[in-house]
Design a protein around this ligand. Sequence first.
Ligand SMILES: [Zn+2]
Length: 147
Amino acid sequence: MTESALTRRRSDNPQQETWHVYFGDVHVGTIGMRAGVPTTADQWAWSVGFYPGTEPGAHRFGSAASFEAAATAFKAAWDRLRPTLTEDSFEAWRRSRDFHAWKYRMWSTGRRLPTQNRDGWSTCFCGDRIPIASEAHIYTAHRGIGA
Ligand SMILES: [Zn+2]
């Protein structure tokens, strides 16, 4: 895998500033303003970790007085987590993202999942017949559907 830098995308909630932090195409953490905290408390929070792909026990989080301080703490935590990750870690997250997007598309197009049919088969929105073990179809025919 080629090394990627961290990038940020702002969430679409205008009421509360939240930044989703990505490593390549994987959402690896968040930096955002805390809601409902006293003005004397840290106004920013950060969290590093993603699931599936990293165990919840490996996730790190904290608060900071400013966005810059939160971003610095985030980066330090990421730099400690990153060497423990493999391409499989990121692939687990991508597959989960794509599976959920695929399932949502199935539902939104009025189709049943193979697990919902007695014979264990269904027809994908793309027209393919798919068995209960439909992961191979999702991760090949619809790779990136949730990106
Ligand atoms: Zn399909």
